[in-house]
Design a binder for this molecule. Structure first.
Ligand code: HEM
Length: 224
């Protein structure tokens, strides 16, 4: 007798996969481009220009980023809505991680909406009427001018930290749920590895943000 996976099972697996590919992979590319800010405004503007010159960039953005992101975000909110938080009953780290994965998801929903409207489309009234994507020659200036505002900078620090946590813990969830890492000791070891990946990503993400307001980033350009 053939076994047919349920619709929920397939939607759930697609949700998990979309968090890694393409969203997680896109985040790595995004942090890489942002890190060009450590080399100064010209290098960053050139990196944005190069991206805008990629053939079929609009189609890549729509099908490779926006559609998977909307799917992952909306289905993620449905999962969060249906959740049964049991971390208050069992004091295990994994129960807290379950809750934090959902809280960071909600933060990301608001943060990414703001971020995309702000820098991709220049649509936040009173804050930014220039879109970075359509003004690559002024990209560094647009970001740097906004990051001088403490409220905006703090929003980005929170957004970057929530994103990195969500991806690092999500990577562990994915590896375990897809049966790639089996057995308690292997899962514990991979847990530490994901934590290390998260720590490196957090440094890279925050360092890139700081580079827009301090030449060279956190370490003043000692490490490029
Ligand atoms: C935009 C708002 C977002 C919301 C509301 C959201 C929500 C969620 C939720 C609730 C889960 C847990 C699913 C479960 O336990 O079964 C999850 C998992 C995950 N998310 Fe997100 N997420 C968002 C954005 C992102 C982004 C931008 C990335 C990538 C950088 C990402 C990567 C992941 C990964 C890798 C997982 C783990 C997949 C798994 O459970 O196996 N998410 N997300």
């Amino acid at each position: 007798m053939a076994i047919h996976p349920s619709r929920t099972f397939i939607l759930r697996k697609l949700h998990q996969l979309s968090g890694i590919v393409p969203l997680g992979v896109f985040l790595l590319e995004h942090f890489y481009t942002n890190s060009k800010a450590m080399l100064g405004s010209e290098a960053f503007n050139q990196a944005v220009t190069d991206i805008q010159n990629i053939p079929y960039i609009l189609l890549i953005e729509i099908f490779g980023i926006f559609i998977p992101l909307i799917y992952h975000a909306v289905y993620g909110l449905v999962i969060t809505w249906e959740m049964r938080p049991n971390n208050l009953h069992y004091p295990y780290a994994r129960n807290w991680f379950y809750l934090i994965q959902r809280i960071t998801g909600i933060i990301l929903f608001f943060f990414i909406t703001f971020h995309v409207l702000n820098f991709r489309f220049g649509l936040i009234p009173g804050l930014n009427d220039l879109a970075v994507a359509t003004h690559p020659d002024q990209a560094f200036y647009i970001v740097s001018r906004e990051f001088q505002m403490p409220v905006i900078f703090v929003i980005y620090i929170i957004g970057i930290t929530a994103t990195v946590w969500h991806l690092a813990n999500g990577l562990w969830l994915f590896l375990v749920d897809w049966g790639i890492i089996i057995g308690p000791s292997a899962q514990r070891a991979i847990g530490y590895a994901c934590l290390a990946v998260g720590a490196v990503l957090l440094f890279v993400g925050l360092n890139a943000a700081v580079a827009f307001i301090r030449p060279g980033g956190l370490l003043g350009g000692i490490i490029y």
